[in-house]
Design a protein around this ligand. Structure first.
Ligand code: AP5
Ligand code: ZN
Ligand code: ZN
Length: 246
């Protein structure tokens, strides 16, 4: 299958991707993840992309089309792929169609994570990411499970270990301390630099102005499926499965 996930920041694209990927043996191509890796590695691409990303604006079409073109050639993508966060402008969508036409393939389905803006700030500011795996957690909606750490007493023991390492525990919430205990096992969680209320505001503006027209673009092609993305993660997963098996 060749799928596109489209939706505003925090709508759940990255959360649902691993499930879809495993169910259908697809590769997961997230332009945001690839750009953040380039920024961290200070590659020429990363240096060009950083300023726009920090402000919550879109990176130029040429840059992202280039990385997607390159990434889709990977052997693991030959059976199909999930595009997460691409295309985000009508120009990107047209370029993608041209690339696929050359390969004699096309997009099967576009999953639109439909959700009201008002829910997104809480989702974005509570998000914590495990960088090496890309797994995403939420302090309230998807707290990390630490193996063998099921009760509060044990959490406090772990917290003591964290503090013994001289690491700070942000906030006073127990759940954050629990996620920090990943540090003890060598798996720190981080927050994204653009996950602040101010930057979220411009990311949302970019979504409404530049990306919503892409939803209409695929709607007119008859391959759009709307998902109720405000539902709990498991319910969204079953909605996705329903759409993909029909
Ligand atoms: P990108 O990384 O794509 O960010 P985004 O589109 O803003 O999307 P997010 O990753 O924030 O949201 P998500 O839908 O994946 O949410 P998640 O599942 O993690 O792009 C970043 C930047 O890169 C852009 O601003 C731009 O500068 C640049 N860029 C990238 N692609 C580009 C392109 N094509 N063109 C130009 N520029 C580009 O969920 C969020 C939180 O909510 C998590 O904590 C999660 O646990 C929780 N959660 C998820 N689902 C649920 C649920 N159902 N109920 C409750 N909580 C939930
Ligand atoms: Zn994401
Ligand atoms: Zn809008």
């Amino acid at each position: 299958k060749r799928l596109i996930l489209i939706g505003p920041p925090g709508s759940g694209k990255g959360t649902q991707s691993p499930m879809i990927k495993d169910d259908y043996c697809l590769c997961h191509l997230a332009t945001g993840d690839m750009l953040r890796a380039a920024v961290a590695a200070k590659t020429p691409l990363g240096i060009k992309a950083k300023e726009a990303m920090d402000k919550g604006e879109l990176v130029s079409d040429d840059l992202v089309v280039g990385i997607i073109d390159e990434a889709m050639k990977k052997p693991s993508c030959q059976k199909g792929f999930i595009l997460d966060g691409f295309p985000r402008t009508v120009v990107q969508a047209q370029k993608l169609d041209e690339m696929l036409e050359k390969q004699g393939t096309k997009i099967d389905k576009v999953l639109n994570f439909a959700i009201d803006d008002s829910i997104l700030e809480e989702r974005i500011t509570g998000r914590w990411i495990h960088p090496s795996s890309g797994r995403t957690y939420h302090t309230k909606f998807a707290p990390p499970k630490v193996p063998g750490l099921d009760d509060a007493n044990e959490a406090l023991t772990q917290l003591a270990k964290v503090e013994a390492l001289g690491l700070e525990c942000p906030g006073s919430r127990l759940i954050m301390c629990r996620s920090l205990s990943f540090i003890v096992t060598g798996e720190p969680l981080i927050q994204r630099k653009d996950d602040t209320p101010a930057v979220l505001k411009s990311r949302l503006e970019a979504f409404h102005r530049q990306t919503e027209p892409v939803i209409d673009y695929y709607g007119s092609k008859g391959i759009l499926a709307n998902l109720p993305a405000e539902k709990p993660p498991k319910e969204v997963t079953s909605e996705v499965q329903k759409v993909l098996s029909s």
